[in-house]
Design a binder for this molecule. Structure first.
Ligand code: 6R9
Length: 668
């Protein structure tokens, strides 16, 4: 075994002082609590729900009848408001002058919101939404960069019971349109322009020609970022001015536990994106519980012996357009009364140590990012990290894809300053495995106590019972065997439905293995019970941690007039984890010219957004199809990576395979 292999297979330990003051102090306690939580979930979740302020108590923790019932209701009969729990209650308890959200602009502007300041700003924004006619239950689409108004507006929606549907700022205007149409949003909140690496980029203008075709939209509320002249339609409203003139009085709407809090669209295996629906009480309880026990930071729920002003500082680098931003920047930390840092810009501007600078300047104690960001930053060398004083850091974390050995090791050594030796000890790296659908962490180490294995998301969170299944749905008990990854009982943070299509929810997640929620991932377990995620079993592609569906990327490629058909698959990439490998069949008579590839890439970016870029394009005369006409993606994946293609007997056109292999070889 090489030195590096030996190091990779060691167990790594969190700094022992973390356990001393932790909420859960030992693995024995974790195991005992976990066992109880799955044997008696109602009792466990009732205890956790005590952290939430209900204006009317709930009657039943969970209404399901059998353990496999994934559609039961949580905290049935209760009334509460999520914004109240995140903001107002801290003001009422006398913490109005304590820090809540710290927003940092890419030009170093800082907005240090106290809970009171946040309450005022959210109330004004909520009143502005009301003036635009938004009522409880209405859908509001937010397409915004990482400006403070994004955080404030989502809380404002929660305050008045409106359902937000946030679309990632890096997606295109036509993806915004699809999402608006699917859930009939009445208001779209957008920025005039985006600041990005010191330059202004258009945002609102990109909607021209598209917003006219969204019949449900009554107002386009424009937030001022650069002050660019973007006024065009009667529906346009100067939202910044409208908010400014509002009163700071706005009551929180009492919501039922199971009322919808938000919709977040995510890529699926086929067809259009799915509107993942999260509800009020379950999502809040689950997010708070996971964050409290996993990160163990001091916060107003439990100050752990510190003064409110000396609370830990939480910094999650995700974009709020993804689930990580929803749960881990806004809702869970604020509801726990934590200090949460939100940064507007990219990690590499104005310099390559921007994240580390933020950690030093704002005294970050808990830093949470994605493996793709770690890979990008490690390329710049250790000096960019070593320039900054990172002593305040207590815990590090990752999310979104497997944290592989090279980046894990760099994170441990260079950022965490962990030790080597037989029993390495250092700042823990929390490997959190979860999904848009699951609301918060599913498999995750409790930072202060769980011994780590690089690349493993370790063990289940409380109330979560993972199972590994084979094709027939039988449990795989053999260690290190690739299996389908599923859960055999529900938890409060699970999505409740797909917006407008409950059947799709049941079909996608609950049907392949009846009685289980199926994640769509492959996983395996080792002899000591550590879980390892092995990637997607379906056509979801994670590029730089961003979740994309093959179907959407293909639709964007196919909309180019010279393209007849296409199929995409993931292709390994050293920085991005995966990139998009695209097979394209051109219209008859169109020449397979190199220039056309660049033209198609530019087209895809304009249709689907700048984050969606086919990295490698291969023109092919045909695509391998089954007799029923389905593209055989397994074969395309194998050809892209020049792996063994396996059995192709079931293809209707097996001759195309050799042609593709030859073309692939030419690409090098
Ligand atoms: C939170 C988030 C979900 C998919 C998931 C899996 C992959 C997420 C991971 C991970 C390995 C981890 N994934 N966390 N794979 N280790 N720690 O990323 O949600 O965008 O919905 O993606 O991401 O494949 O199924 P989402």
């Amino acid at each position: 075994m090489s030195e590096s292999d030996k190091e990779k297979q060691k167990i790594y330990y969190p700094n022992p002082e973390l356990a001393t003051n932790a909420r859960i102090k030992s693995m024995d306690t974790y195991k005992e609590m976990w066992k109880k939580s799955v044997d008696n979930p109602r009792e466990f979740w009732a205890e956790e729900a005590k952290m939430v302020t209900f204006s009317e108590p709930y009657k039943e923790v969970w209404t399901g009848s059998t353990p496999e019932d994934f559609v039961g209701k949580w905290f049935q009969g209760g009334k509460l408001n999520v914004c109240y729990n995140c903001v107002d209650r801290w003001v009422e308890k006398g913490y109005g002058n304590e820090k809540s959200l710290v927003w940092i602009g890419e030009d170093d502007t800082v907005k240090n919101y106290t809970f009171k300041a946040l309450q005022d700003e959210v109330s004004k924004t909520a009143n502005a939404l009301k003036e635009l006619g938004v009522k409880k239950g209405d859908r509001v689409c937010l397409w915004l960069p990482m400006i403070s108004e994004l955080a404030v507006t989502m809380l404002a929606c929660a305050r008045i019971g409106a359902i937000h549907s946030i679309v990632f700022g890096g997606f295109s205007a036509s993806s915004v349109k699809d999402r608006i149409d699917d859930s009939d949003c009445t208001v779209l909140v957008v920025a005039d322009e985006v600041r990005r690496s010191g330059k202004a980029r258009p945002m609102k203008k990109n909607l021209e020609g598209i917003i006219e075709t969204c019949p449900s939209i009554e107002h386009v509320a424009v937030v001022k970022v650069t002050g660019g002249d973007v006024w065009k339609y009667e529906k346009d409203v100067d939202f910044t001015a409208l908010v400014e003139k509002q009163s700071i009085e706005c009551p929180c709407e009492p919501m039922d536990s199971e009322d919808v809090l938000f919709i977040l669209y995510t890529s699926g295996t086929t067809g259009k994106p799915k509107g993942v629906v999260h509800t009020t009480a379950g999502f809040l309880v689950y997010g708070m519980s996971t964050n409290k026990y996993v990160w163990d930071y001091s916060c107003l729920i439990d100050l752990k012996g510190v003064e409110p002003k000396d609370r830990d500082v939480w910094y999650c680098t995700a974009d709020i357009g993804w689930i990580t931003g929803h749960t881990q920047i806004i809702y869970s930390p604020l509801a726990l009364g934590a200090i949460t840092v939100m940064y507007e810009g990219v990690p590499t501007w104005p310099h390559k140590g921007r994240f580390w600078e933020i950690c030093e300047k704002y005294g970050v104690t808990h830093f949470y990012t994605a493996p793709t960001a770690i890979r990008a930053l490690m390329r710049f060398g250790d000096a960019e990290v070593n320039k900054w004083n990172l002593e305040k850091l207590k815990m590090l974390g990752t999310v979104g894809e497997v944290c592989n050995w090279p980046e894990w090791k760099w994170y441990w050594d260079v950022v965490g300053k962990g030790s080597g030796g037989e029993k390495p000890v250092g700042r823990p790296i929390v490997d959190s495995y979860w999904q848009t659908e699951t609301g918060s962490y599913m498999m995750v180490n409790l930072g202060a106590i769980t011994p780590m294995k690089p690349g493993s998301c370790t063990f289940p969170y409380f109330g979560i019972n993972p199972v590994l299944l084979n094709e027939e749905g039988e449990k795989n008990t053999e260690p290190m065997t690739q299996s389908y990854f599923a859960y055999d009982m529900p938890w409060p943070g699970l999505m409740r439905t797909v917006w407008g299509d409950h059947d799709r929810f049941v079909q996608t997640y609950l049907t392949k293995f009846p009685g289980h929620y199926f994640t769509g991932d492959y996983a395996q377990i080792d002899a000591e019970g550590y879980y390892f995620i092995l990637g997607r079993s379906d056509d979801v592609i994670k590029v730089s941690g961003h979740r994309l569906g093959s179907a959407e990327v293909e639709a964007a490629i196919n909309s180019h007039p010279k393209v007849a058909e296409s199929a995409v698959c993931p292709y390994p990439h050293s920085m991005k984890g995966s990139t998009i490998f695209a097979y394209i069949t051109l219209m008859q008579g169109v020449e397979k010219a190199e220039e056309l590839k660049a033209e198609i890439v530019a087209h895809v970016r304009s249709v689907a957004g700048p984050t969606v870029k086919p990295e490698i394009i291969m023109f092919s005369d045909a695509l391998p199809k089954t007799r029923s006409g389905k593209i055989m993606r397994r074969v395309l994946k194998a050809i892209a990576t020049m792996a063994d293609i396996g059995d192709v007997m079931t293809l209707s056109n097996p001759e195309v395979v050799q042609h593709l292999i030859d073309e692939r070889a030419k690409l090098g």
